[in-house]
Design a binder for this molecule. Structure first.
Ligand SMILES: NC(=O)c1ccc[n+]([C@@H]2O[C@H](COP(=O)([O-])OP(=O)(O)OC[C@H]3O[C@@H](n4cnc5c(N)ncnc54)[C@H](O)[C@@H]3O)[C@@H](O)[C@H]2O)c1
Length: 434
């Protein structure tokens, strides 16, 4: 198969690299010349474990290449994937489809023979039909079908998720398009990973429903955690006891500082807007968005309490700012709400993150970036553990406490325990839901 992948971000690049590893011939396109230059030089512009090696392997096998020229990639392709961003549209919360529709038009103009235009970006219900209209309007002679193929990979585990998915969802309406999609995913199908074929609208809806459900699950446990703090229960025990119920499952039941990232915030908001547009308000999702914002604010209150009611003049060490470990992605990370509140309150904030500095520097003005947790804690009044990178899971707590003026910790990921922290010399240790 010949595949064109439009957009080389977290989804497009991983998908393109993995498809080439399946044996397909893949050309990845981006409109950002800097990205294409780096990719051609063998550099991966994002942090994603394992991606650089897999990319190098397939480039040297001659199956994977990169270009700025969309027309060159699309000519002769069997499938053209749209994997461009769909951020929140400024002002109204809808998904911004500018990039998707621009790509659809360009693809339409560039088609030379029959191809399937596949939308991998997360898009509102009805978008695949609009993609078809835009491509046809740009080139009335073009021969193509559209397919909806939402992506479920998680940053930080993206290659494994792509290569060993729980399922692949394909929305198609023609036999010909279904055959192309079956050929694209044949290596997964042969290894018995399920491929779910649906109509276009159902495939589009599956992605939003799945993300809204996961965001709800996280928010539910975060709200239960808040209650645990008041009634003397321990959320870790509660999550464990709940998660053992097969109907519930133990994933996404870890209490923390609220969800963030490149998907849940924008996708819950977009689903809420889609519901409003159709006069079927997504009341659960709307509440989840509200509660998640409150949870982030509660974290700030916790930190202020630990600073005896005033942040002014306090030195605070923040461990981890990316929205989760094993990624450099800072989009909608809880740190973007929490850290500015600390700086705004007059605290001197030191930040350490294994991969977050490159993105984070512009997003978190007024903080000092350091290289290690111990450097961050030196002379500090408080340590805030915000992202559970492995580097922060096995800290020498005694060493950390000794470096501090007042050894206090807000463990917003529930990595340590009161006993451990107290034994190590912390005078105060506060977690979430315990
Ligand atoms: N990031 C994730 O974990 C994830 C997971 C599942 C689904 N998604 C969805 O996948 C889509 C892409 O997300 P992402 O995180 O990879 O985005 P991203 O912002 O990292 O990457 C998008 C890329 O597309 C490029 N681009 C935009 N318009 C273009 C055009 N006309 N031609 C060529 N290149 C173009 C941009 O330059 C950018 O490099 C979104 O809809 C997102 O919701 C993301």
């Amino acid at each position: 198969m010949k595949i064109a992948m439009i957009g080389t971000g977290y989804v497009g690049l991983v998908s393109g690299v993995c498809f080439s590893d399946f044996g397909h011939e893949v050309i990845c396109v981006d409109k950002d010349p800097g990205k294409i230059e780096r990719l051609r030089a063998g550099e991966v512009p994002i942090f994603e474990p394992g991606l650089e090696a897999l990319m190098a392997k397939n480039v040297s096998a001659g199956r994977l290449s990169f270009t700025l020229d969309l027309a060159e990639a699309v000519a002769g392709a069997d499938a053209v994937f749209i994997a461009v961003g769909t951020p929140t549209r400024r002002g109204d919360g809808h998904a911004d489809l500018t990039y998707v529709m621009a790509a659809a038009e360009e693809i339409g103009r560039a088609l030379t023979g029959y191809a399937v235009i596949v939308t991998k970006s997360t898009v509102p219900v009805g978008t695949n039909r609009k993609v078809a209209e835009a491509a046809a309007a740009a080139n009335p002679d073009a021969k193509f079908d559209v397919a909806s193929n939402p992506e479920f990979l998680r940053e930080g585990a993206a290659i494994d998720d792509f290569m060993r998915p729980d399922r692949v969802v394909v929305g198609v309406e023609s036999k010909r398009a279904r055959k192309v999609m079956a050929d694209v995913y044949r290596p997964l199908f042969l290894r018995e990973f399920p491929v779910v074929y649906t109509g276009l609208e159902s495939a589009e809806m599956i992605k939003y429903a799945a993300n809204a459900f996961l965001a709800t699950k996280i928010t539910f446990i975060n709200e239960i955690a808040a209650l645990c703090e008041k009634v003397g229960a321990d959320i870790k025990d509660v999550s464990k006891g709940m998660g053992m119920d097969g109907r519930i499952g133990n994933k996404f039941l870890h209490a923390g500082p609220g969800y963030g990232g490149s998907c849940f915030p924008k996708d819950t908001m977009a689903l809420a807007r889609i519901g409003q547009d159709h006069a079927v308000p997504m009341q659960i999702t709307e509440t989840v968005i509200k509660v998640n914002n409150e949870i982030k604010r509660r974290m700030i209150d916790k930190i202020v309490d630990l600073c005896d009611g005033s942040l002014n003049g306090k030195t605070i060490a923040v461990l981890g700012v990316t929205f989760k470990p094993n990624t450099d992605d800072m989009r909608d990370a809880p740190s973007l709400t929490i850290v500015p509140a600390l700086v705004g309150g007059g605290a001197k904030v030191r930040v350490v993150d294994p991969q977050g500095q490159r993105e984070g520097e512009a997003l978190l003005p007024g903080v000092k970036w350091v290289d290690s947790p111990y450097q961050a804690a030196h002379g500090a009044d408080l340590v805030v553990l915000l992202t559970e990178w492995n580097e922060f899971r096995a800290l020498d707590l005694s060493k950390l406490a000794k470096k501090m003026v007042t050894p206090r910790m807000a463990d917003l990921r529930n990595i340590y325990s009161l006993e451990e922290a107290t034994e190590a010399g912390f005078e105060t240790y506060v977690a979430v839901g315990r």
